[in-house]
Design a protein around this ligand. Sequence first.
Ligand code: BV8
Length: 239
Amino acid sequence: MAPPNVFILTGAGISAESGLSTFRDKDGLWSRYKIEDVASIEGYGRDPQRVLDFYNLRGGAHGDVQPNAGHIALARLEQHWKMRGAVVTVCTQNIDNLHERAGSRRVIHMHGELAKVRCHNCGNVTPRDGDLSINLACAACGQIGGMRPHVVWFGETPLGMDAVYEALAASKLFVSIGTSGSVYPAGGFVRAAREADVATMEINLEPSENADAFDARRYGKASEVLPVWVDEMIGSVGR
Ligand code: BV8
């Protein structure tokens, strides 16, 4: 008997212990930058280089960080589930590649990836190769000034939404990890799960904005709580 498919949503909190800033914690990114200036399509229109500098800075920080025990635990769960004919989907709001570097294979980056850049004019996506500037020309269409990070800003449509809702509908357990639940549509996934009779659990440092919507809740650091939870999940289906 295969174990139940699991849908996992992660946010900045799972990468916090790898040294990457979250957004809304006391010293988070939004305490130093205004969302509308650096993570909105309007802000990009007003001052594109300021937006590119914000992501160049984050690209630099991502360069030398490592996956933590929380990322590694989720990859272990996926591998174990796969051996037993079941699926673990990681849908992340994060633009770092720490899930992949920890060994997760089925990852949906609904807010994009800092490791990729996109031409705002023709849509061509290529691997990030150093800092972005408004003077760069697109290798595909040749236009200058449109090279941007391949990330989803406020007011833009998240990526992979069909795959997200398909995976959520095929799961029996929805687990939200390291997210404040303050950004939509991700913040609404727990309600979509409940409507589909999917069991829900929140694992976070502290109660999120949607805490009361979850059937179960565990609080603590992801690098400490996740290995314990994954051991329990694997133990429940036999090694
Ligand atoms: C959309 C970019 C339609 C990449 C991000 C007006 C106009 C247009 C849209 C809207 C509008 N009003 C509202 C909206 C919707 C809007 C929205 O939600 N606004 C909010 C402010 C209300 N959403 C959008 O615009 C989205 N697009 O709606 O399009 C649509 C909808 C459905 C289908 C089709 C079309 C686009 C949203 C994407 C915006 N881009 N980032 C980047 O720069 O990274 S959002 C940004 O917030 C990041 O992606 C981040 O991941 C995300 C959520 O933040 P969290 O990850 O939760 O991080 P946060 O700091 O908040 O919380 C961290 C948590 O971790 C905390 O709870 C903390 O306790 C915990 N923690 C800390 N340490 C640890 C820990 N937990 C465990 N262990 C630890 N050690």
